[in-house]
Design a protein around this ligand. Structure first.
Ligand code: 5CA
Length: 438
């Protein structure tokens, strides 16, 4: 992609409305624009990151045996009356009447709708277990939308819903999601801690939040330090096997939100292993048994023809919140530092003299070679000054920056910079590409 043609409205100044670094950087880097309080348009650079996060979330859900579907944003009010949440949900739920005066809601979550789909289609115990998910926009009329996409009113969520015959099956589904979440956040370059949590309006008696540590986070957590230092990706995971030992290994160490905090248990942790910190909730999983399947009559016929009310759980990931959360966890004073797994482009290619025919040809040739190597490139072929070009690349945080100038055209060398470390090297274009392709 050539920057001269790309829609990248960079802001030179810090926007005054942004209180935290991720919000500031997302606005400055031309990733999002606010359309109304807590409601954002995703511009091309921001959307590329959002899609990459979505794809990692999707891949890990699929690997854990979930199946993707897509439910609408609008839902009929009746099913919310059936579950009893139409009144309970309060002002956070956006209620709308259509032209026939039928009551609708813009979905803040989908327990009712998925249970309705389930009850109309699945009738036998033989069809269980099932775990269905979608990645869809939600609306919650938050009292205080703030921090940009971190607490929006419209936001993108991955929500999965499991259906099982009994508690043991539901706990197995819960464990699969628990492990899939650890893997998902690790692949996004984050250290997420699973903490015991309250269930709030979703309900249920077993719940974990996945929290990444950040000073700007809205949650307060208490946990054992070893949880932060663990690496899940080095462990082999068999989703068809028994995940209980792995989950027990993670939940055996103390970790809780402030609502669930037990100061006695926390005090028993050695001093140097105790963490009391703020964090950002990027995922939340719930086991709630028959809270929805009972009132909505999601039942199946058991082996002897008896009626069994299915056991359910739900599992959310804040996909759009993650964009902000990753920036909170990975930036410096010059801008964003994207982990390679979610970077909008792998390489920024700076041509210092696009007005010089030899330099432009050299840059074009490297651009073509990077693409041929399967690497996504944002090629700065604009007439800006060199200093401004370097600042833009640092701001938007691409993992690798290749710079070419007239001097390099003569020597056949480019400068390769790694954004995360600032380390620079003079290399031939081929060596630089080999290094980036790693
Ligand atoms: N139905 C359940 C699980 S599918 C549910 O709605 N859970 S939740 O309320 O905890 O939301 C799931 C995730 O969505 C949260 O962990 C958080 O990462 C994200 N989220 C919740 N509210 C917002 C918001 N206002 N803005 C951005 N992300 C949000």
């Amino acid at each position: 992609m050539r920057l001269s043609r790309y829609f990248l409205p960079i802001l030179k100044e810090n926007p005054s409305e942004a209180q935290i670094v991720s919000h500031r950087l997302m606005l400055r880097a031309g990733m999002v624009r606010q359309s109304a309080a807590g409601i954002y348009s995703w511009l091309p650079l921001g959307l590329r990151v959002l899609r990459r996060i979505e794809n990692i979330v999707r891949a890990e859900q699929d690997a854990a045996g979930c199946q993707e579907l897509l439910m609408p944003t609008m839902q009929p009010a009746e099913i919310w009356r059936e579950s009893g949440r139409y009144e309970d949900y309060g002002k956070e739920m956006l209620r709308i009447r259509d032209r026939h005066e039928r009551e609708m809601v813009f979905g803040p979550t989908n327990e009712e709708l998925i249970t309705d789909i389930f009850r109309n289609s699945i009738k036998s115990y033989r069809d269980l277990p099932k775990n269905l998910y979608h990645i869809q926009w939600k609306f919650r009329d938050e009292v205080r939308p703030r921090f940009g996409v971190m607490r929006g009113r419209e936001f993108l969520m991955k929500d999965a819903y499991s259906f099982d015959l009994d508690r043991a099956g539901a706990v197995r589904a819960y464990n699969r999601m628990f492990v899939a979440y650890l893997r998902t956040f690790a692949r996004l370059g984050l250290k997420a801690v699973p903490v015991m949590a309250d269930t709030g309006p979703i309900g249920g008696d077993l719940s974990h939040e996945f929290i990444i540590l950040a000073e700007t986070g809205e949650s307060l957590i208490y946990c054992h330090k070893d949880l932060v230092d663990r690496d899940i990706l080095s462990q082999a995971v068999d989703y068809d096997g028994d995940l209980e030992p792995l989950v027990r290994d993670w939940t055996g160490l103390y970790a809780a939100t402030d609502e669930k905090h037990d100061s006695g248990r926390f005090a028993a942790i050695p001093d140097d292993k105790r963490i009391e910190a703020r964090g950002i909730e990027v995922g939340h999983i719930f086991y709630f048994g028959t809270k929805y399947s009972d009132p909505l009559r999601a039942v199946v016929a058991g082996p002897d023809g008896e009626e069994i009310v299915v056991q359910m759980g739900s599992y959310g990931i804040g996909v759009s919140r993650l964009v902000g959360a990753i920036i909170e966890a990975s930036h410096d004073e010059n801008g964003i530092i994207w982990p390679e797994s979610v970077a909008p482009f792998r390489v920024g290619l700076i041509d210092l003299r696009p007005d010089d025919a030899a330099c432009a040809a050299f840059a074009d040739d490297i651009h073509a070679k990077l693409k041929a190597a399967g690497l996504s490139v944002l090629h700065d072929d604009t007439e800006e000054r060199g200093g401004a070009k370097f600042a833009t690349m640092d701001l938007i945080g691409l993992p690798w920056i290749v710079t070419v100038g007239p001097r390099g055209v003569k020597s056949g060398m480019v400068e390769l910079k790694r954004r995360a470390t600032g380390e620079r090297q003079e290399l031939s274009p081929e060596a630089a590409i080999a290094r980036i392709a790693g």
